[in-house]
Write a protein that binds this ligand. Structure first.
Ligand code: HEC
Ligand code: HEC
Length: 524
């Protein structure tokens, strides 16, 4: 074995390289603060690996992009986790990059002779943000489409060059196939190339000047990078990876409805790390917009790049650099405040719009009868992809008598959806199209809402929806308990011989009866 290594070493010189890479002396007193860079590097690695696998399934065209992402989420084994890593990894990188920046500023590590190390670092931060921005469009869902429309509009506001920049980003007159290809190409070729060059320069410069080390030199011998500092780095990476895993396994990355260029009512929301800029925009309306989009960010980035020259004193202790500390304090406070305000301005997830009828609408539309045609490869688009382009009358007629493509030609057969039920389906489709994620409701609640929509909604109202033949049931729990309701729904004539309402003991299973009675009894 030794012979093989000796031979390899004589041909490649790997022992010297290993010695050079791993045995670098680290000054005494370099502590946990100095692991932020390695964590960042590790997260970038996760992003590269998951990104490469994603490109094997992703198709950058408006016809297929959305479906390919949906396939990754639902069809590919571990695909949802794969996308989860890539999605949350991006946020983690932004956090890690900011922590790294704060560390370098606190320790005054940007000072002579590390000016260029710092500048490549600032450029890296911009590349990371560009990655996030370009990746946002790729799923080609509503959020992607409209957020990118906003981004391009902002670019168009650039004085003088605006139109050209916007054209370059769009690749044509509209946001379409060319835009997607351009952003994809930037995301997988251009930016990675920039990333590699900058990371290598950054690391090379870091090694050339050595680690800046503690603010005040600590007495003691320097120790080799391996294994002393590597151990700290590894522990840090493991902890961060564990947190990332928790996110990936517990939160499913959302995918909105497919991009619909005709639906300008969609309100796009930026990712949290762009929220402060987005919020800033609100305070500079109309012609002042470039102040928020160009001037302020330009001053901040310019100031960051020039920091080592603006603060050229040799002092590293924060107390000896009050102006720098004050500037960063104000900047941090401003970004935090704007982000908080932005979060608060975000309307709560559309959960409240998910009335029982909308929830029931989802179940009604998932019915076998509808799936006969509305399925992948079927005669019509899958229900989840219906865009509600037809007029409401056509839809109501179609839902009442789905077998007839020109509805209204014959009397609606029994079994078609009644007007109130059709309204529930439309309500569901409208919400789904607007990109509202269905709320997490319990199996019971869904079953109850569905049973109500199947059997009761034509005669009874809940929360203002439904027919008016029977009494409003919105607050029926105030007067009736579950046992009474169950007996009544099963067979009203058993309870009251004069009852007009039909019984449902045959139409509904025991479970459905129980769940529906409990649900109504709970409506106080
Ligand atoms: C016999 C086949 C068939 C059945 C069964 C059927 N549909 Fe359709 N549906 C179509 C066709 C064809 C269209 C028009 C093409 C399209 O928009 O995809 C359509 C259109 C629609 C639309 C309007 C889409 C738009 O863009 O406006 C809705 C909503 C809809 N169907 C819902 C349903 C629901 C809910 C059911 C079950 C109760 C159902 N359909 C059952 C064939 C069917
Ligand atoms: C064909 C119309 C019709 C349908 C369908 C219908 N109901 Fe009724 N319901 C009535 C009418 C009318 C009354 C008023 C009492 C009566 O005349 O029987 C009533 C009364 C009730 C009451 C009693 C209210 C009270 O406090 O006295 C409850 C509860 C009720 N319905 C629940 C349901 C449920 C649950 C369903 C679905 C499984 C349903 N109904 C389906 C027509 C209907």
């Amino acid at each position: 074995m030794r012979g093989v290594f000796d031979w390899l070493d004589s041909r490649t010189g790997f022992r010297a390289a290993r010695h050079h890479l791993l045995d670098e002396p680290i000054p005494s007193g370099v502590g946990w603060w100095f692991i932020t860079g390695s964590i960042l590097l590790f997260l970038l690695g996760v992003q590269v690996v998951t990104g490469i696998v994603l490109t094997m399934y992703y198709v950058p065209s408006p016809e297929s992009a959305y479906d390919s992402v949906r396939f990754i989420m639902d069809g590919l084994p571990f695909g949802a986790l794969l996308r989860g890593f890539h999605f949350f990894g991006a946020s983690f990188i932004v956090v890690a990059a900011l922590l790294h920046l704060v560390r370098v500023v606190m320790f005054g590590s940007y000072k002579k002779p590390r000016e260029l190390t710092w500048m490549t670092g600032v450029l890296l931060l911009l590349v990371i943000l560009a990655f996030a921005l370009s990746g946002y469009l790729l799923p080609w869902d509503q959020k992607a489409y409209w957020a990118t429309t906003v981004t391009i509009n902002i670019a168009r506001g650039t004085p003088v060059l605006g139109e050209h920049v916007a054209n370059l980003m769009r690749g044509g007159a509209d946001l379409g196939a060319l835009t997607l290809v351009r952003w994809y190409s930037a995301h997988v070729f251009l930016l990675p190339a920039a990333l590699i060059v900058l990371v290598l320069s950054h690391l090379y410069l870091m090694r050339r000047h050595g680690i800046s080390g503690p603010i005040e030199p600590v007495a003691g011998p320097a120790k080799p990078f391996f294994p002393y500092h590597v151990l700290k780095d590894t522990i840090g990476m493991a902890v961060v990876f564990a947190v990332l895993l928790t996110f990936v396994f517990s939160i499913r990355v959302p995918l909105d409805a497919i991009a619909d260029p005709s639906d300008a009512s969609y309100i796009p929301r930026p990712e949290w790390y762009f929220l402060s800029l987005f919020q800033l925009l609100k305070y500079f309306p109309g012609p002042l917009e470039p102040v928020a989009t160009m001037v302020i960010p330009g001053v901040v980035v310019g100031g960051l790049l020039m920091l080592p020259f603006l603060d050229s004193s040799p002092h590293r202790h924060p107390f000896r650099r009050p102006v720098v500390m004050l500037c960063f304090g104000v900047l941090g406070l401003a970004v935090t405040t704007l982000t908080t305000l932005g979060l608060r301005d975000t309307p709560p997830e559309a959960a409240s719009q998910w009335t029982p009828m909308a929830i029931a609408g989802q179940a009604l539309a998932a019915d076998e009868r509808c799936q006969a045609c509305h399925r992948p490869g079927g005669a019509a688009n899958p229900v989840s992809e219906l865009r509600l382009r037809r007029d409401p009358e056509w839809i109501a007629g179609h839902l009442a008598d789905p077998e007839v493509i020109a509805p209204g030609l014959r009397p609606a057969p029994p079994g078609g959806l009644q007007p109130a039920q059709a309204a529930a389906v439309v309500q569901y489709l409208t919400l789904a199209r607007a990109g509202a994620q269905p709320p997490e409701v319990s199996v019971e609640e869904r079953m109850a809402a569905t049973a109500f929509a199947r059997h009761c909604v034509n005669c009874h109202q809940i929360d203002g929806e439904g027919g008016a033949f029977g009494p409003d049931l919105s607050h029926i729990g105030q007067t009736r308990d579950a046992a009474w309701l169950r007996a009544w729904i099963a067979d009203p004539s058993e309870v009251d011989v004069l009852a007009n309402m039909p019984g449902f003991s045959d139409a509904m299973s025991d479970t459905e009866l129980g769940v529906l009675s409990d649900y109504l009894a709970a409506r106080k």
